[in-house]
Design a protein around this ligand. Structure first.
Ligand code: BES
Ligand code: MN
Ligand code: ZN
Length: 499
């Protein structure tokens, strides 16, 4: 999709659909202006319009060149934020798609955030709402994707352009993550996933190195190898590098993504309905990291970032690891496996202890780790946890703020030592399950055993994959995590923050 900005008179905009997001408070002044520029039909539409959030009224702008137009409610002016603009753009996108519009213009509302933020938010909302995953549909789809989005501003404004460009790069990165999550499991074996990531690295300009099973054995990644034992497909371990010349940091920020390409539960088998049937999404953490790298490279973010992705499926094959197995992990610690369905933490643990070799500034992992996260926070908000090392409170605040701004909401959970007690093992250093209570926290406590640097963990089990659509998130893979990571890292890269 092409995205541009213009400040030609609204009347002259030659588009299939013109979207006009309006706040309640702006209606009085806008009524006359719109009637004047778009014609009497606009005035009549305005009479039926209250500006309430979510409201949308379509009309034929008889005084303008645009074929169709719609008023879209933003609610109270002082409550218009980036998220509300994303949702308004999504509402408009739905109308435009219904009418098979090719060129769509959105007018920047007077209310709300500064024009750069507004341009980014409107572009994201529009491009994320017009995403469809049609790879496996053999009938030609009754869906025409708009091919041009034009942001209309009253006065020429470089900030809008910059915002729109960033919004496009971010939205495309989110779409990449969605595509990977939605892919059929047999087309994303660890080896095929690695190939896809290599292609993306070439296209966007980040480095990718892929370790095969022999290298993983050499590194003694006991967790990754154990989870992989029941699978006919070998595991891979990917290292992604984005190191621009003007990077502000010497030691990297490391992103780790859970890459379980399918989670059957292993011998502790899941039941199919509502449990196993969505487990192709168990690599959504990896997809978020991959999407974030695409965006970092395209936006040329001046930060040295490394991505680590352990990838395997989790299956009950004849050689599968069993409850009772004691594993020796990459770090040297031993783990008693009591449930083979708690596999994510095992592969992440190896990646996290390997991350220490970089002497990282900060490590952030993303994982569809626990059903408990879905129970606690649902599918709108991911769980955020950290260890108690330099600046814990500040980084929690920074990540939650990035979540708010980006629309990928995250919220902290406690990490007090009491939760760690639930992992005590009779035979090994720790066991891999902590029981039913506080399972998201005990999973994070498990990971904490493998980190010795500032670290944050995002459990995205709920938000990563939807059974029912949300305004600009369709059913299936959402690409959750890409936007909050990009927002957090851009902020982190600003000179005052880098140590
Ligand atoms: N991949 C699942 C977690 C999950 C559940 C993701 C629902 C998305 C939606 C993970 O590997 C898992 O099975 N977790 C178990 C751990 C338990 C056995 C300790 C869980 O949370 O039930
Ligand atoms: Mn599992
Ligand atoms: Zn899993």
């Amino acid at each position: 999709m092409k995205v541009s900005a213009t400040s030609i008179p609204l009347t002259d905009l030659d588009v299939d659909f013109l979207l006009l997001p309006l706040a309640q408070d702006a209606l009085g002044t806008m009524r006359a202006t719109l009637a004047e520029t778009l014609g009497p039909m606009a005035e009549r539409a305005m009479q039926d319009f209250s500006g309430e959030e979510g409201e949308a009224i379509s009309f034929y702008p008889d005084g303008a060149r645009a074929r169709r137009a719609a008023l879209i409610g933003l609610g109270a002016a002082d409550a218009v934020d980036a998220e509300r603009l994303r949702q308004a753009a999504a509402t408009g996108a739905k109308l435009a798609v219904e009418r098979e519009a090719q060129n769509v213009a959105v007018r920047l509302p007077a209310a709300g955030p500064p024009s750069e933020t507004a341009g980014q938010a409107l572009t994201e909302g529009f491009m994320l709402a017009t995403y469809r995953f049609l790879k496996y549909k053999t009938e030609p789809a009754a869906f025409v994707e708009p091919d041009r989005l034009i942001l209309h501003v009253d006065e020429d404004d470089r900030d809008v352009r910059r915002g729109a460009e960033r919004g496009r790069a971010v939205a495309e990165a989110v779409r990449t993550a969605r595509d990977l999550v939605n892919l059929s499991p047999d087309e994303k074996t660890p080896t095929l996933l690695a190939r896809a990531v290599e292609k993306l690295g070439k296209k966007h300009g980040f480095e990718v190195s892929v370790w095969d099973k022999a290298l993983i054995e050499e590194e003694e990644m006991g967790g990754l190898l154990a989870v992989n034992r029941g699978s006919p497909e070998p595991p891979v371990f990917m290292e992604l590098t984005w190191r621009p010349e003007r990077a502000a940091n010497e030691t990297p920020v490391v992103l780790v993504g859970k890459g379980v390409v399918f989670d059957t539960g292993g011998l502790s088998l899941k039941s199919t309905k509502g449990s196993m049937d969505q487990m192709k999404a168990d690599m959504a953490g990896a997809a978020a990291v991959i999407g974030a790298f695409e965006a970092l490279a395209r936006l040329d973010v001046p930060l040295y970032v490394v991505g680590l992705i352990p990838a395997t499926d989790n299956r009950p094959g004849e050689n599968a690891y069993v409850p009772g197995d004691v594993l020796r992990m990459h770090s040297g610690k031993t783990v008693e496996v009591l449930n083979t369905d708690a596999e994510g933490r095992l592969i992440l643990a190896d990646a996290l202890s390997y991350a220490a070799t970089y002497r990282p500034d900060l490590v952030i992992d993303l994982a569809t780790l626990t059903g408990g996260q879905v129970v606690a926070l649902g599918s709108d908000t991911a769980a955020l946890m950290t260890n108690d090392r330099d600046g814990a409170a500040d980084r929690l605040t920074a990540m939650e703020a990035a979540g708010r701004r980006s629309g990928d909401w995250v919220h902290r959970l406690p990490m007090d030592a009491v939760y760690g007690k639930l992992l005590e093992s009779d035979v090994a250093d720790i066991k891999n399950v902590g029981g039913r209570e506080a399972s998201s926290i005990t999973a994070a406590k498990f990971l904490e055993h493998f980190v010795d640097y500032p670290w944050m963990h995002l459990d995205i089990a709920g938000p990563a994959f939807l059974a029912t659509e949300k305004p600009y998130r369709p059913k299936g893979g959402t690409g959750f995590g890409v936007r909050v990571l990009v927002d957090f890292l851009r902020d982190y890269a600003s000179p005052k923050k880098v140590r």
